[in-house]
Design a protein around this ligand. Sequence first.
Ligand SMILES: [Zn+2]
Length: 789
Amino acid sequence: MMVNFPVFKRTKSFLRRWSERMNPRLKLGLVVLLSMLIVFELAIYLIPLPWSAIHRPSSTLVFDRNTKILRAFTSEDDMWRIRTSLEQVSPLLRRYLVFYEDRWFYYHPGFNPVALTRAFIQNLSSGKIVSGGSTLTMQIARMTEPKKRTWYNKVIELFRALQLERRFSKNQLLEIYFNIAPYGGNIEGVAAASWLYFSKEPSQLSPGEAALLAVIPNSPSQLRPDLYPKRAQKARDKVLTRLFARNMISADEYQEALSEELPTTRQNWPFIAPHFSQGISNRYPQESRIYTTIDLNLQVFVEELLAVEVKSLKSKGITNAAAVIIDNRSHQLLAAVGSVEFFNERDKGQVNGYLASRSPGSALKPFVYALGLEKGLITPQHYLSDVPVVFSGYSPENYDRTYTGLISAREALKRSLNVPAVDLLATLGGEALYELLRKAGFTTITPVNHYGLPMVLGGCEVNLLELTSLYSSLACAGTFYAPQTRLGQSISSPQNLFSPGVAFVITQILAEVRRPDLPTCWEFSSLPKVAWKTGTSYGHKDAWSIGYDPRYTVGVWVGNFSGEGKAGLIGAETAAPLLFDIFNKLSSNTTVHWFPQPSTVAVREVCALSGQKPGPHCDILISDFFLTDCSSDVECTFHQTYLLDPVTGYRLPPHYYSSAKKVLEKIYLQYPPRIASWLEMNGQPVEKLPPLLPDWQKLIPGGAPVVRSPSPDYIYQIRPGVPTEYQKICLEAASSNDVHKLYWFIDGELLGTTKPGERLFYSPKTGEHQVICQDDRGRSTEVKMVIRE
Ligand SMILES: [Zn+2]
């Protein structure tokens, strides 16, 4: 303390002495100056800058996966202004601009006293403002608040320049300049100018191009190279000459730059993937550049392909198509075509066909089979019944209104039969398919709608993109990934829909090319291997075809945005040719290695008739895929042995044993009741089991009749005024093939008897009734029948 004290004392006394000796006027002057400085400093920080003019909204460029532009959108104030960081501007342009416009930019405080004084003298002598002496900072001030050139405005500009210098670093100021500098018309900033004149980012400019872009903002309307090429060239060359004179460029660079051709036109922005580009720019409105996963070449190929195909379909009243391609390995969307003519208003070309909600027809069927496989209900050769059936008043029909009786799951899927698919979904539970689509993120379905069984035949809405993504899960070992649309986007949480074994087996079925829905004119031998499915919505309003191989999943939709149905709108005929055209393009010159068989998939012998694991009496066996972890092990239920009394011919109960009696063992083919009665009705008599030994009849369990009508879930309405004889309710049941007669009881009273497959009619009376159907073996089924007025 004692050491420091004298120093402090000396300083204080010096200041006091200096103050006492000072001229009072000078003192006052100093105080005023100091106050002014404080006011000025306060003004710098308190007067707000014109922020909205400094940070202006950006246009959006949408790029493909190889940085080629798909489409560009003006900013919200209708300008071509692409936000750009300083790093994205070529160092050449940065150097040229500073050199040509404001050589002391990095050293001055916002204004250049020398340049200002020189301009002041020039302006005084000419009587008006001819020279601005402006720094880049002052130019920014003027761009953000354009004003007439007056002395007063010049002072404001100077103040703004000082303000800008306090708020921003030199590099930030340069960046602002590069973003808002005018380039004539509605072009602002170097990026928009660079793209519109040279079709490239401002980071890739040549010396000649950089020189031109450095000088245009001096007089943007007069130096536009597309309108005034000579003036523009002169201005550019002037910049280059000065650069050369100052040794900023070599003689070779100078000569080369001088010989560069000037752009003669502004480029037109490309107009590729218009629906997709619009969608993604709407989703990311703040971004100046969106780098997407689309492959421009593939996109253009598909756009042109659809346009040509739809042109040839116009005579049939078919006006639109859409298609998407997904990369199964990266889960990226490679192409997305929304319509064939974006600007065709009559055919609603601006509707985005790959996002439009439409009925999928049969296109969801493979997923019901996949669910059935996963639950162990079926394997490819397992039987399904293809006979007329009523589910709670809902009675699906096959497309051609014929039935086969008994069919394998594989064949039913390949032939896209309706009844077996509905039957399988009914066994799975009506909402199983809805739950699957919900898990796969389908946005077109709602929990409010009770879709039920018709969903598998297209009784719901889907969009092409989501449907194609669902198919791509079959190509991705059963795991669903939402398709990515931006490069570098992280993969959203995958959903496990099926086991790899299920995906493989369904794929094998869908890949069998010899399918009945193929048009006859096709030559298939040269086509790449593809697992695929078609769909045709009710009323021929939509034709679908979706296919995949290990690398790609492709979805095609053809139809009218008006929703009008046309006879030619059939998936296999209208959409499938486009699907294979796309696959041919994708597969050209490449060998695709098909999906490897997962370890959970194996091959076994099954009964050729039931497709079940063979029992000792199954005579013909075929091989079939099965899943080691979930397929059923139940032995064939069709081929059964029965014990007969060789004397009377009566059937004996199972495990019958008598030391006194000889017993005969015989194999009978036992179809499920529904199939048995359908075969019988259609003239294919099935072998009847002999009647049971009379004493044992009442003891036989199982195999009760299945009542097909009336339906317990349906409320029958009596229409007033219509005679009841026209409103009779049909009673019908399927029964086992050991049955010869069925007895029908309504509320305990015998109404009548029928043979299996025959119908009986009941004149309705309002109320709740008990209906009992009993077969001649004593087995009975009871259902409820509700009739209302
Ligand atoms: Zn069998």
